[in-house]
Design a protein around this ligand. Structure first.
Ligand SMILES: Nc1ncnc2c1ncn2[C@@H]1O[C@H](COP(=O)(O)OP(=O)(O)OP(=O)(O)O)[C@@H](O)[C@H]1O
Ligand SMILES: [Mg+2]
Length: 360
């Protein structure tokens, strides 16, 4: 009977994700005795509503099984596993997920996310990595955008082939001292990639465990847009020391930035802050600043979400061109206003993240 119950639980998707609660490891125990089914769930969220939704679906589905007279569901959530944080953006120090394990030899994992696509996550991830490397840190980039890996193009290493060692470890591609891994190295360009949840989870696991990252001070993870299987798989597997949310100044993007911030908070990741990309343009003729959208929205979103505003990155025509040609601004146009903004962002991140020690 327990097997039957498990099978029916496999049909319940975690709200907002393509994966079911069994494959996410949320079902901790199933017992069945004299018509009474007892199910223990551990749901990786601080959002009680989500947890309640899952619990009631479990109750409903299991009750429908023949022979079941009563269903008892016990739910534990992230909120119960840790003391309430004093501030919304400070969060757990202890590992909230049972399966979470640090990557040996990597001091700090920072994830770059956004609620909306195309706002500049990869641009920020790549240039932030370069800026941190310029400051003397050992940096890696994990391109976790399994659906549209852009890191190889932006770093000018498309077509690179990572070596596999004798004991099946993957050697990341080295670009000027930065270690990079991306699914883009393993699939044909422009080939649409369709990943089902469990495969995404396996791939993320491999990128974390089977890549020779060590020694690293900081591993930057470039996430796909929105909240989905990749985001959840990542935080389940490894303690993420901080999340950076990228947004553009439009109202719609800001709403999504709030969602992105909430996603990190719900899974217990400290949100370092929100960065506003493509905020303004420096007129190439008169040198004056032109705001591209009505301004100060990201700052407001950060205040609303009780997190830090990390500043603004200007629109830089050279950046748009450089990303297609594999010429990141911090490396190729270090004197530009945008490159300076990225250097400043790196400094803020170092200051705000406990796992990174300042280099004198
Ligand atoms: N500050 C900027 N100045 C000029 N161009 C920019 C800037 N930020 C991003 N871009 C350009 O905008 C496009 C989208 O940026 P990017 O790929 O970094 O976004 P993304 O959020 O990672 O997108 P996706 O959601 O598809 O992963 C790219 O062509 C990039 O070069
Ligand atoms: Mg991207």
């Amino acid at each position: 009977m327990e097997e039957k119950i498990k099978e029916i639980l496999k049909t319940i998707k975690y709200p907002g994700y393509t994966r079911d609660i069994v494959s996410f490891g949320m079902v901790k125990k199933i017992t069945f005795k004299e018509g009474i089914a007892e199910i223990d769930l551990y749901i990786n969220t601080k959002n009680r509503e989500t947890a309640d939704k899952v619990a009631s679906e479990v109750k409903e589905k299991v009750s429908s099984l023949e022979g079941v007279k009563e269903v008892k569901v016990k739910v534990e959530t992230l909120a119960e596993k840790e003391p309430p944080a004093p501030k919304a953006h400070t969060s757990t120090k202890s590992s909230p997920f049972a399966d979470q394990r640090k990557i040996e030899g990597v001091k700090c994992v920072i994830a770059v996310a956004s609620g909306k696509g195309g706002v500049g996550k990869t641009t920020v991830a790549v240039n932030l990595a370069l800026a941190l490397a310029k400051k003397g840190y050992k940096v890696g980039i994990m391109d976790a955008d399994v659906y549209g890996p852009n890191v190889p193009t932006m770093m000018g290493i498309e077509g690179a082939v990572p070596q596999i060692t004798e004991n099946n470890k993957i050697t990341p591609i080295d670009v000027g001292g930065i270690k990079v891994i991306s699914i883009g190295f393993f699939v044909e360009k422009d080939q649409p990639i369709i990943w089902r949840g469990p495969l995404v989870s396996k791939l993320i696991e491999q990128f974390l465990r089977d890549v020779l990252w060590a020694p690293l001070d900081i591993l930057i993870v470039d996430l796909p847009p929105g909240t989905g299987d990749v985001q959840l798989s990542l935080v389940q597997k490894v303690p993420v020391n901080g999340g950076v949310v990228v947004t553009t100044p439009q109202e719609l993007a800001l709403q999504d930035a709030r969602k992105g911030t909430k996603m990190f908070m719900e899974v217990g990741v400290t949100v370092i802050g929100i960065i506003e990309n493509m905020s303004y343009l420096i007129c190439p003729h008169c040198g004056k600043r032109i705001d591209l959208f009505p301004h100060a929205g990201a700052k407001k979103a950060a205040e609303d979400m009780n997190t830090k505003y990390l500043g603004e990155i200007p629109f830089e025509p050279k950046a748009a061109e450089g990303s297609d040609q594999g010429k990141p601004v911090v490396l190729y146009y270090p004197e530009s206003e945008q490159a300076r903004a990225f250097m400043k962002l790196a400094e803020t991140i170092i200051k705000e993240t406990e796992c990174i020690e300042p280099i004198q």
